[in-house]
Design a protein around this ligand. Sequence first.
Ligand SMILES: [Zn+2]
Length: 433
Amino acid sequence: MIARTPLHDWLGRKLGQEPSRDSLASYHLARLRETLAYVRERSPYHRDRLAGLAEGFPPRLKDMARLPFTTPDDLRRHHLAMLCVSQDQVARVVTLRTSGTTAPPKRIYFSDRDLELTLDFFQHGMSTMVEPGDCVLILLPGSTPDSVGDLLARALARMQVRALAHGPVADPALALAEAERRGAHCLVGIPVQALALAEHPGAERLQGRLKSALLTTDYVPRALAERIRRAWSCEIFEHYGMTETGLGGGVDCRAHAGYHLRGADLYYEVVEPQSGTPLPPGEEGELVVTTLTRQAMPLLRYRTGDLGRLLPEACPCGGATPRLDRVRGRLGNHLLLPGGARLPMWRLDEVLFAVAGLLDYRIRLTADGGARRLQLTARALPGKESGLGHEITRALAAIPELGRSLAGGGVKLEPVKIASQAWASDGTSKRTL
Ligand SMILES: [Zn+2]
C-alpha cells in the first residue's frame, strides 16, 4: 500500500471539498475568472491585451486557448506593467538573467501573501518525505531572505522539522561532514551536486540514516537518480518548479509516478510548441502555466519552454491532484546532427550519467567546414579520471544516430577533456547544451 500524497488533503482543504476531476475543474474555472478580472483591473499590460474579452471570461476551461500567451520576452520587457500591486507591497523581486546573452533580465515580483502560499506548498509537499523530528540538509541558495533555501527552511520549521541551510555544495567533504554531524534524514539539492556528494569518499557513512533525497531546480536523469539511490539506499523524490511558478510547482509521491502538481495555485496546459494549439492529456508538448492565486504578478498562459505531458490516469497512490510526467528537458535543448537528426539533452544525460565516475559534463557541437566537431569536457569523481574518456567515447558511439554520424565521419569527436573542478553554479540555473 503506497501512502497517498499529502497534497491530496492539502488540495481538499483549498477546494473545500474532496478533490476530484470535477471539483478541481470548477475550482480552476472560478479562479481563472477571478484572476482575469483582477489583472484587467490592476495591470495596464493585461488591460490592453485583454480589452476585447467579455466579462466573466472564460465561459469554459477550454476557452483559455483563446487567450494570448505570455512569453519570457514579455517578462523582460513588460514586467512593471504586469505588476498588480503598488511597489511597496512587493516583498521580493527575483531577477533572472539568461547566461550567455545580453538580453535584459526577467523580473518576477512577489507579495507577502504570494510567499506565504509558497511556504504552504513547501510545507505540505515536504511532508511526503519527512516527519516531525526529522532533519533536512538544504543544499540550495538560502543566504538571502525569501530565497528558495530560506523559504524551505521556514516551511520545515512549521512542521517541526529541523532545517540545516548549507547552501549549494562548494566542498562535498564539508557538506557530508555537516550531514553526518547533525544527523540529516533527508537532503534537498541540485541533481549533479547531490550525485557528487553521494559518491564522495565517506558518503557511505550516511547509509542507514539518510532516508531520502529531493532533487530539484534541474531535470533529473534517471541514471543519475539511480546512482544516488544505490549509494545511500535512500528514496529519491523529484520536485518540478521555477521562479515563475512561485518556486514550487509539483512533487512526486511515494509511487514515484510523476509529479503531483500544485493545483490549488497553478493551472497547467500543454500545447503544441510550433502552433500553440492545446494538446489532450497524455500528449507531450510545451508546458504553459497560469497562476490562480498570485497577488503581485499573476502570469497568464506563460510559456515555460519545458517539455512535458499531463497524466490522464489516476496515480497509484490514490491522490486526485493533477499529475505531470517527469519533465525531461527544454524545447530546443538538443544537438543538431548532420542530416537534421536532433539528439535531445535528456538522451545524452541518460547515457552519460550511466558512465561510472562521471559527475557532470559539458558538450558542444561546432561546425568546421564539412565535418562537425564534438567537444566534451567531463568532470570525474576524484580518482576515477583514468579511462573515463574511453568509457564516454564508447557510450556516445552507442547512441544510434550519433554513432552513425561518428562512424560516417560527419561528426568528429575530439579527445574527451577532464575538468579538474566542478563548474560554478549559483544554484538556480539549469544545465543546457
Ligand atoms: Zn501519487
